[in-house]
Design a binder for this molecule. Structure first.
Ligand code: KG4
Ligand code: ZN
Length: 354
């Protein structure tokens, strides 16, 4: 071991994640129990159902993580836990669990901001993955998830300057909503991405909200336009307005999915590249569930390459919620002396730099 071994707990939303991460980088175990199947019938997360599922799965997930890493809870140097932002009931399960572990084994408890976790996923290395350079400062971080969307400048560890954020919906929320309108089920992001791959016609243009020179973004107008465009396509196909009553032809769904995705990708990529150039960044880091999107990854990677900007792009499984990213951020916080007492409380809304 070259650095501290952190046991990390993530339960802010609908994934129960527990990981063991060494030195803020090397993953020894990263176990995620997903609740996607549980929430699919309701087309979205029911908070109490999510909290109860965390309660059900947190112990088996810990057991599997410890077994995979070949350690016991006594061997770890600290316990890190997401304390916000997120769903209160879900956060409380993970916080209480992490407190118990820290207390029982006499380990420091490190409070981690979920958004910072998405950023620090960029530092992670899989077991056996060859060592690579750490992300270069200064960098511009684009975090795009189901609950948050922002661009921040990072000149050093744990230091952020917010450049812009969504003024209404998060990018993932827009994907999920439009996925539902297209009859693609929950969650919409991966389904739209997959449907768009099959698009042959790419003529339908969805509106972009540029919001002038700012780095803010907005997706509510796009969502409204999508509802109108999809409604028109349904009328043209002789289908009732309600998306549950008859499906659009697959080729039309593909075309609409592509058009919507292209509008989101265009705005996010354009603003991210402009922010990187304006701040003199050496690299661009992406995180959050929507950073798993193939079209967004390809577009930003391509534009970064022609400008000589380094790309920090976790594999898709580390973009969506997981425990390892909390261990990576937790190690930085541990090194900075940040500790929580056993009175740590959940913070459902928490800005990035807290
Ligand atoms: O980061 P995350 O797992 O949870 C939050 O912190 O919110 O992000 C979940 C969001 C969902 O809205 C989901 O639809 C979206 O990320 N997402 C995607 C893709 N994979 C997940 N959106 C677009 N393309 C994808 N491939
Ligand atoms: Zn997240």
């Amino acid at each position: 071991m070259s650095g501290p071994l952190v046991l990390s707990v993530e339960t802010s939303c609908d994934e129960t994640g527990i990981a063991l991460v060494e030195d803020g980088r090397r993953i020894h175990a990263d176990v995620v129990a997903s609740q996607v199947a549980l929430h699919a019938p309701t087309g979205g997360i029911v908070p109490e159902v999510a909290a109860r599922a965390h309660l059900r799965w947190v112990v088996p997930v810990l057991d599997e993580a410890l077994e995979t890493a070949g350690v016991t809870a006594r061997d770890v140097d600290a316990v890190a836990v997401t304390y916000g932002p997120g769903l209160a009931g879900s956060l409380l399960v993970g916080i209480n669990f992490a407190k118990s572990l820290a207390w029982a084994h006499g380990k420091p408890l490190v409070p981690v901001n979920h958004l910072e976790g998405h950023v620090y996923a960029g530092w992670l290395l899989d077991p056996g993955e060859v060592e690579r350079e750490t992300p270069p400062f200064p960098l511009v971080a684009l975090v795009v998830s189901g609950g948050h969307t922002f661009l921040a400048e990072m000149r050093d560890h744990l230091s952020y300057r917010l450049l812009g954020q969504t003024i209404d919906d998060a990018a993932g929320e827009a994907f999920d909503k439009v996925g539902r309108l297209l009859g693609l089920g929950y969650p919409g992001g991966p389904a739209i991405s997959q449907a768009a791959e099959a698009a042959t016609a790419r003529d339908r243009v969805f509106p972009r909200a540029w919001l002038g020179d700012s780095y803010d973004v907005s997706f509510s107008g796009l969502k409204t336009a999508a509802r109108r465009i999809i409604g028109q396509a349904r009328a043209d196909a002789g289908l009732p307005a309600d998306e549950r009553e008859g499906a659009l032809p697959e080729s039309v769904v593909a075309e609409l999915a592509w058009g919507f995705q292209d509008a989101v990708v265009d705005v996010l990529a354009t603003k991210t590249i402009r922010a990187a150039e304006a701040t003199g960044a050496r690299g661009i880091l992406m995180g959050g569930g929507v950073a798993a999107n193939r079209a967004l990854r390809d577009r930003i990677t391509g534009e970064a390459a022609v400008r000589g900007l380094a790309m920090v792009l976790p594999r898709p499984g580390l973009c969506t919620d997981n425990g390892a990213m909390i261990g990576a951020a937790g190690a930085q916080r541990l090194a900075a002396g940040m500790r929580a007492g056993l009175d740590l409380d959940a913070r459902p809304s928490l800005p990035l730099a807290r």
